[in-house]
Design a binder for this molecule. Structure first.
Ligand code: PLP
Length: 422
């Protein structure tokens, strides 16, 4: 029995998270043995250039020696205490200093951060309704596995079986960039809306770059109607700059959620905000939220080391250089080989759309032909030792470990696939 068969015998789809099954791109789960810098090495010893990078956390590449050392040294001192540690204070201080939130609460995943942030917003406002946008992903909490309803109703319907109707009914799903719909929804339900959530830069359904004006429209409506503005920076936090999307768009969100980069590759989430809001959380307030392994010393050690390295080196300048190099190379090679491409990018987050002249701002704008082409590209790339994100709707993440030579290899390899696509 090979590993895929063994895995499928004991784990649903053989995976611990659905997109890893590679179903969308006609593949099978990849079983990694180890990873280093920009490379994944599978259990047969085949090496891949990784353009997914664990979906975002690994901004310095796989197994960065200093982060590994920090985790090893923390592990040798005990893996969990059930008490506070200095590591947590250090990491919280770094987040506070760079983002403008007053207080931070650590949890174990982005999902937990969003779930807790919503409970907090509801606890503060004594309101139930939350607003999210079609095409934004905020983890898998029940109230967020909701898509836009049909017809005139803006109230959501669940996008997963197992989500109670009563839960999805409290989530309104709006279209990104639709000012009218946003304003009308506030006019109609303003005194019942607890929170509006949006990704710092929507990057879970392709990279749907929003206008700054729209982000401010959300913030202004929240302020006007007393709703909590939750900016989900699980991807963008410390990825597009120290101050994330809040800084990029000059926003002052009430609550910000974090994950991915701040964990240095270990399971971490966090939410933070103004103290006037965060004081509602237990033990200070009556919004309950807890975690046996929250603030885990290994995870905090990794996160601290990650933010120290980011802070002490010009990593965003370096990433911008590499990302621009990749964008230019890919665009010109694809053009020379008559492969349709729009490369959408913010810093080291990039998205391949295999059709010309596209700049999608909503899921509806994504051309289906580009998705079909990507699904053809993916298995070819895999054969040639390149691990693209496992869906046309997943973005790519570059790291400081992706050298120009490695990026050249990716560019020339991908540009050789022209004959295989329509
Ligand atoms: C990844 C992600 C989440 C969920 O984080 P998990 O750690 O996977 O639970 C939430 N929001 C955004 C924007 C994300 O990209």
């Amino acid at each position: 029995m090979n590993i895929v068969e063994r895995a499928k015998k004991v784990m649903p789809g053989g995976v611990s998270s659905p997109v890893r099954a590679l179903t969308a791109v006609n593949g099978e789960p990849l079983f990694t043995s180890h990873a280093t810098g920009p490379f994944l090495i599978d259990i047969s010893g085949k090496r891949y250039i990784d353009l997914c990078m664990s979906f975002g956390p690994l901004i310095l590449g796989h197994a960065h020696p200093d982060i590994v050392k920090a985790i090893q040294s923390a592990a040798a001192r005990g893996t969990s205490y059930g008490t506070s540690t200095e590591f947590e204070v250090d990491l919280a201080e770094k987040i506070v200093k760079n983002t403008g939130v007053d207080w931070v609460r650590f949890v174990n995943s982005g999902t937990e951060a969003l779930m807790s942030a919503i409970r907090l917003a509801r606890g503060i406002t004594h309101r139930d309704i939350i607003i999210k946008f079609e095409g934004c992903y905020h983890g898998h909490a029940d109230s967020l596995l909701v898509k836009a309803g049909s017809g005139l109703s803006t109230f959501g319907i669940s996008s997963s079986n197992g989500v109670p109707e009563g839960v999805s009914r409290d989530t309104i799903v709006l279209q990104l960039g639709d000012y009218d719909q946003l304003i009308r929804t506030f006019e109609q339900y303003g005194d019942k809306i607890a929170a509006v959530l949006i990704e710092g830069i929507p990057a879970n359904n392709g990279l749907l770059i929003q206008d700054s004006k729209f982000m401010h429209e959300i913030q202004n409506n929240c302020n006007k109607y007393g709703a909590i503005f939750i900016l989900d920076e699980v991807i963008t936090g410390f990825r597009i700059g120290m101050g994330g999307a809040a800084e990029f768009y000059n926003l002052q969100p009430d609550i910000i959620t974090y994950g991915k980069v701040i964990g240095g590759g270990l399971p971490v989430g966090a939410y933070g905000g103004k103290s006037e809001y965060m004081q509602y959380i237990a033990p200070l307030g009556n919004v309950y939220q807890a975690g046996t392994l929250s603030g885990n010393p290994l995870a905090m050690a990794a996160g601290n080391k990650m933010l120290d390295i980011i802070h002490d080196n010009d990593i965003y300048g370096k990433l911008e250089y590499l990302a621009k190099y990749f964008e230019n190379g890919l665009t010109s090679e694809f053009n020379d080989n008559n492969i349709p491409l729009s490369y959408i990018r913010i810093g080291s987050i990039g998205w391949i759309v295999l059709e010309n002249n596209q700049l999608p701002q909503t899921p509806k704008d994504i051309p289906k032909i580009a998705v079909d082409r990507f699904n053809t590209f993916h298995p070819l790339a895999l054969q040639h030792g390149i691990y693209l994100p496992p869906s046309a709707y997943e973005v790519m993440f570059l790291s400081t470990a992706h050298t120009p030579e490695i990026l050249d290899k990716v560019i020339t390899t991908l540009a050789s696939f022209g004959d295989y696509i329509e």
